[in-house]
Design a protein around this ligand. Structure first.
Ligand code: MTE
Ligand code: MO
Length: 381
């Protein structure tokens, strides 16, 4: 490609043609300044964003977190109050239950956003431990309450707030690391990721990591919100929208083991290494703090497998592997192949592994899509 050395372009420029590159700016941006800048610096967000509702505008002056529920006195905290409590930081991945949904919907359509394999991210979260806060308020596992409900400040047209809940034992578990986070990678949370406060429930589906957190409620029952009761649940592949009974399935909490090939991308044409091997990179992760112990790769439909090398796994204690594992491999490719399908499957510390195909795990909402990842690429001769 004679254009492969062209510079990176501003994502806001609107290309008229890409090779050669010809582009104009959006007209509204153009007249924002009298002197047309050579470039503008933008913050390019790359952690995935999953919002069910409009992003609330939060004014710190009026912001309060309210904690209430069975067996405790109501308490409110400003962000300053929370920042004055002991600060803890740890690294954890958050993944949406709909990650990789577009592969499942190829089997049969599902209801949901057509997500690719990048609806996961790994960040350093800082804030206050929920277990410390609840213990100070006198909440115990043997007392009243079985669940901890979270409510955000974002609401739907009927006025219902986004909400969800987790079991009380997870919230109180010192090794559970549930955090009320006000920082992400050392910076205040951005509006999209929940400014000024979100809950991070490591090892647990994204949907419980409530953003724009305004209420914590200790209760005997799970959250009554739509997202706890009538969404984010798994079903048998034969259940359809006429037969589904959401009250019959448990809400998703810990997610199953997953992996994905992120480089190369599907359909790419790849040069093999000098020793005739195909370089592949990706991530693997498992819920519940389970560690990734192996990632297997095949380019011959599972007849032979190569084991990936872990390039980054972070450091964590037993049962607290909240972060993903990044891996890479150089896979031997049968000579004469002009295309191959790369397969990836991860194994976690419980020796759980990924299902082979989407057909047997298909579900109407397209969640829990953790079948082998399969990426077809062309080999450059
Ligand atoms: N919290 C609120 N208040 N509103 C939401 O729509 N989406 C949830 C969760 N917390 C959501 C929320 C879902 S489904 C996911 S996957 C994660 O936030 C996404 O977090 P992120 O946008 O910071 O990546
Ligand atoms: Mo999600």
């Amino acid at each position: 490609d004679p254009y492969h050395n062209d510079p990176l372009r501003h994502p806001a420029l609107r290309p008229c043609s890409t090779k050669p590159y010809n582009a104009e700016p959006p007209p509204d941006l153009l007249v924002d300044s009298y002197i047309t800048p050579q470039y503008i610096i933008v913050i390019f967000h790359i952690f995935y964003v999953r919002n069910h509702l409009p992003v609330p505008e939060v004014d710190l002056e009026n912001y309060e977190l309210e904690i209430s529920g069975v067996g405790i006195k109501n308490r409110t905290f400003t962000l300053e109050d929370l920042k004055n409590l002991p600060k803890h930081s740890f690294t954890a991945s958050i993944q949406c239950a709909g990650n990789r949904r577009s592969e499942m919907s190829k089997i049969k359509p599902v209801k949901g956003l057509e997500w690719g394999p990048a609806v996961i991210g790994n960040a350093v979260w800082s804030g206050v431990r929920l277990s410390d806060l609840l213990t100070d308020l006198g909440v115990t596992e043997n007392g009243e309450g079985k669940h901890v409900q979270f409510e955000g400040l974002d609401y739907d047209p009927s006025g219902s707030y986004y909400g969800s809940s987790i079991p009380l034992y997870k919230a109180l578990d010192k090794r559970g690391d549930v955090l009320l986070a006000y920082e992400m990678n050392g910076q205040p949370l951005s509006r999209d990721h929940g400014f000024p406060l979100r809950v991070v429930v490591p090892g647990v589906v994204g949907a419980r990591n409530v953003k724009w957190l305004s209420k914590i409620i200790i209760s005997e029952e799970e959250s009554s919100s739509h997202w706890q009761q009538n969404d984010y649940k798994g079903f048998c592949p034969s259940v359809d929208w006429d037969t589904v009974d959401f009250s019959k399935a448990p809400a998703i909490q810990e997610l199953p083991v997953i992996s994905a090939i992120c480089n190369p991308l599907p359909g790419q044409t790849i040069h093999l290494n000098s020793d005739g091997k195909l370089p592949v990179k990706g991530y693997a992760w498992s819920g519940g703090g389970r560690k990734i112990v192996r990632v297997d790769l095949s380019v011959d439909g599972g007849k032979t497998w190569s084991v990936a090398e872990f390039t980054d796994q972070g450091e964590a204690e037993h049962s607290r592997h909240w972060s993903w594992t990044l891996w890479q491999a150089d896979i031997p490719v049968p000579p004469e192949s002009d295309s191959v399908e790369i397969w990836a499957k991860a194994v976690d510390s419980s020796y759980n592994t990924q299902p082979e195909s989407f057909s047997n795990i298909w579900n109407l909402r397209g969640v829990l899509g953790n079948a082998y990842h399969r990426v077809k690429v062309n080999i450059k001769k």
